[in-house]
Ligand binder design. Structure first.
Ligand code: 2HG
Ligand code: ZN
Length: 467
């Protein structure tokens, strides 16, 4: 396909200012946030609305040109950047950033795919409501990308993943057909649930353009606690005690090595006088101050000799200061190298053993930093200093161990191109066959994000490691 011709056609749709071919302008769309996945786009197109997205897809499909949809480009599995072969069009949804009026009667709002999460939080707070999903990348991640990956984040224990907080979608199929399920009816059992099919499909089945979101009450009283603990078993024991609290919003963990790195790269002061092997960040929220019920649980754990030091905060600035020790792990790891990231779920009963066995599985290949969402058994295994020639073997060894203990090879970041080869570790042959049938039905030309999710699809292979 002649790129100049396609660029002219797309310019007629989105306007020449929104079709980028200059390498300098395309660069930020071609590299992921970690610098690991780098590719080259044929061009970048930035449509303004659903009709333009539909026309862009129709033209690309007619030209046989693959399309990589992109939101805030905060993805971590190489699904939102093009491959190195320069074949794909990057379809940026960021200009679809309209936010509708909140409907207080049903507690819902309709947003464009390009709306940034922190902007949504601010918008709905004035109605006394909030969106249940929150995550560290809130200032860049877009709702479209979060829906495409079924983002989890920090409050899954209370509000579920993105899937549980979306009541309907508008999305465009590869041939330009627009599917509109934005009515947001709380009860609607009319056939197959296409909204849920598209959530988590990573841009391989359709391009999400708008979403109808479920909102929950904004809880005014919050308390955050950081606890130092002697072991992962102790942290898991504390999570079990905390689960009885209705007010529990999050239980996040990190370890001594990760904290040391955060302190070194951020300049934050150490939270405690002593260093602990494991730290748990807990937050509770309610209409009434949850501090007392949280203190009761912590007291019981302390009596049982399970706790080290604790730091408690209720004022917003103090709570954010405690949360920063956990939330700044990603940027701290990135500040010192290009990490190999594995995002896994391990059943709670297997977690401590999995972590204890990890050094043996790695066999000296890479320096691990572990942190994540302990309430869900979701470990972010970040590995620095893995030699390029060891990356495949290390990835395979860790993910095989995860599968062997009954976990998932992707907890919340998705499969992307990075994990497509390993999909069989978490999904059966029969399931993958059904997924292929669905893909073939919705995108028979295979133009939507080829190579992501399903192994052996597409033209370009993996975007290259950025080193
Ligand atoms: C988080 O929980 C994100 O902070 C990023 O999912 C995790 O950097 C990572 O590996
Ligand atoms: Zn996470």
């Amino acid at each position: 396909m002649d790129t100049d011709r396609l660029a002219r056609q797309l310019s007629a749709v989105a306007g020449p200012a929104h079709v980028l071919t200059d390498p300098a302008l395309c660069a930020s769309y071609e590299t992921d946030f970690t610098g690991r996945y780098r590719g080259r786009a044929r061009l970048v197109v930035r449509p303004a609305d659903t009709a333009q997205v539909a026309e862009v897809l129709r033209l690309c499909r007619a030209a046989g040109v693959p399309v990589v949809p992109q939101g805030g480009n905060t993805g971590l599995v190489g699904a939102s950047v093009p491959t190195p072969d320069g074949d794909e069009v990057v379809l940026s949804l960021r200009r679809l950033d309209g936010v509708g009026e909140v409907d207080p009667a049903v507690g819902q709002v309709t947003v464009g795919a390009g709306v940034v999460l922190s902007g949504l939080h601010r918008h709905v707070a004035s109605y006394g409501l909030q969106f249940g999903v929150d995550l560290a990348a809130r200032d860049s991640a877009t709702l479209g990308g979060m829906i495409a990956t079924n983002a989890g984040g920090e409050r899954v224990v209370r509000y579920g993943t993105t899937r549980a907080n979306v009541t309907g979608l508008e999305a465009v199929l590869a041939d330009g057909t627009v599917l509109d399920r934005l009515a947001g009816l709380p009860k609607d059992n009319t056939g197959y649930d296409l909204t849920n099919l598209l959530i988590g499909s990573e841009g391989t089945l359709a391009v999400v353009t708008r979403a109808r979101l479920r909102l929950v009450p904004l809880l005014p009283e919050r308390v955050t606690v950081l606890v130092g603990l002697g072991s992962l078993e102790a942290a898991l024991g504390l999570v079990a005690r905390l689960r009885v609290l209705d007010s529990l919003e999050l239980a996040e963990f990190f370890m001594a090595e990760g904290l040391a790195l955060v302190l070194r790269t951020s300049g934050l002061p150490a939270p405690f006088r002593t260093s602990y092997p494991v730290y748990l960040l807990v937050e509770c929220a309610g209409r009434r101050d949850p501090a007392e019920e949280l203190a009761e649980v912590l007291h019981a754990a302390e009596q049982a000799g399970e706790l080290g030091e604790t730091a408690v905060a209720s004022a917003d600035a103090d709570r954010r200061r405690l949360a920063a020790y956990r939330e700044r792990h990603t940027e701290s790891v990135n500040a010192v190298g290009v990490p190999l990231k594995l995002d896994v779920t391990v059943p709670h009963g297997e977690l401590a053993g999995f972590v204890a066995d990890l050094p043996g599985v790695l066999a000296g290949r890479g320096r691990p930093y572990l942190f994540g969402h302990l309430a869900e058994g979701n470990l972010h295994v970040n590995l620095l200093e893995v030699a390029a020639e060891d990356e495949d073997a290390v990835t395979g060894a860790v993910l095989e161990r995860v599968a062997a203990v009954g976990g998932s090879i992707s907890a919340e970041h998705g499969v992307g191109r990075a994990k497509a080869r390993h999909l069989h570790l978490s999904r059966s042959e029969a399931e993958i066959a059904v997924m292929r049938s669905v893909k073939a039905a919705l995108d028979p030309g295979g133009v939507l994000n080829p190579g992501a999710v399903l192994p052996g699809e597409g033209t370009g292979g993996m975007p290259g490691p950025g080193r």
